[in-house]
Ligand binder design. Structure first.
Ligand SMILES: [Zn+2]
Ligand SMILES: [Zn+2]
Length: 364
């Protein structure tokens, strides 16, 4: 099969023929229909986060189950699935308490570039290739654990709902689950890429009254308006914190940082009113430190982070798909461009990096 392999940090991925082993116990082979390209892929290409090389990146895939390994009970060939960025073991303390996105197991095997049973299925000749977030969706096929593949209704277009595997569900979940918003509350969203725009969709669903979008790129602010932002602030020409305090009459109920920039996190924290909540969704480079005034904590302000917006994939993903299919969650509007085939993957990566697209999809 064809796959996009990253051999060296900071370099383009190489699209080439590789081999994939059949699924083992509790695994399924999925024929990829589409994959999103996410800023997290960019972070790993740049080396902001550690990852063993060479690796087949991609973690927002969707496709059709082609083969199931021994012991698979939840899926069968022909099932349409969205592949999740996070695997959950179902047994650790977090999983048992229903916080499956925080599963204690997944980070270990992710760091090893393997599947959950600590082995690999991808090869280039005699060289073993590493997996990425247990899926490696920049390839025509993926072998994944059955708990990573969430079955969805067959009338849902996979080249749209595929974005629910990571970025979109993270943003929607951050608004609905992590923040726990109620109708009528006010929201400021910092960073209007795929995740930030998804926070806007989630906040709109949750009934935000004043929805404020902040970015430095006009194209993204325009998109934010289209998706339901009531106010937009270009932070390169305006003081975002001041403007938010003005619009909300003292600070927003919630702010979301969706970039991974520690200065923006501090601004987002200072843009909420006393007792408000700042949700960090963006991923700062490993080792970065955040400086905030502890005095503000005495004012009852909260700052909290999330993995995947605290979603419970098996329940929330089919639910978000239903919301899309009934027109209440316009996921398709997040997608700026669809690229025809893996041969265009570097173009998609570059467009995303340069801010030319909000969400890029590669169709197989
Ligand atoms: Zn992602
Ligand atoms: Zn677990």
């Amino acid at each position: 099969m064809k796959a996009a392999v990253l051999y060296e940090l900071g370099k383009p991925v190489q699209v080439e023929e590789v081999t994939i082993d059949p699924p083992q116990a509790n695994e399924v082979l999925v024929k990829m229909v589409a994959t999103g390209v996410c800023h997290t892929d960019l972070h790993f290409i740049k080396g902001d986060m550690p990852q063993p090389l060479p690796v087949v990146l991609g973690h927002e895939g969707a496709g059709i189950v082609e083969k199931v390994g021994p012991g698979v009970t939840t899926l069968k060939p022909g099932d349409h699935v969205i592949l999740m960025v996070a695997y959950s073991c179902g047994k650790c303390r977090y999983c048992v308490q229903g916080q499956t996105a925080m599963c204690a197991e997944w980070l270990t095997y992710h760091m090893m570039g393997s599947l959950p049973n600590m082995t690999k299925r991808l090869h280039k000749g005699s060289q073993e290739l590493n997996h990425f977030f247990s899926q490696s969706s920049f390839a025509e096929y993926a072998v994944v654990h059955e708990r990573t593949a969430i079955k969805v209704r067959e009338d849902a277009p996979l080249d749209v709902v595929t974005i629910l595997g990571c970025g979109a569900s993270t943003g929607i979940g951050a608004a609905i689950n992590t923040a726990g918003m109620k109708a009528g509350e006010t929201v400021a969203v910092f960073g209007c890429g795929g995740v930030g725009q998804s926070v806007i969709l989630g906040a709109r669903l949750a009934g935000a009254s004043k929805l404020i979008a902040v970015d430095t790129v006009d194209l993204k602010l325009q998109k934010a308006k289209e998706l339901g932002a009531d106010f937009v602030i270009n932070a390169s020409t305006e003081n975002a914190q001041q403007k938010i305090v003005e619009i909300t009459g003292g600070g927003a109920d919630y702010s979301f940082e969706c970039i991974g920039n520690t200065n923006v996190m501090a601004t987002a924290f200072s843009s909420i009113h006393n007792g408000g909540k700042c949700v960090v969704v963006g991923m700062a480079p490993l080792g970065a430190m955040l400086t905030i005034a502890p005095y503000e904590l005495l004012l009852g302000k909260t700052i909290v982070g999330c993995v995947q917006g605290h979603i419970k994939a098996a329940v929330d993903i089919p639910r978000y798909v239903d919301l899309y299919m009934t027109g209440k969650l316009p996921l398709d509007k997040l997608i700026t461009k669809k690229y025809a085939g893996l041969d265009h993957i570097n173009e998609a990566i570059e467009d995303l990096e340069k801010g030319r697209v909000v969400k890029a999809i590669v169709k197989f």
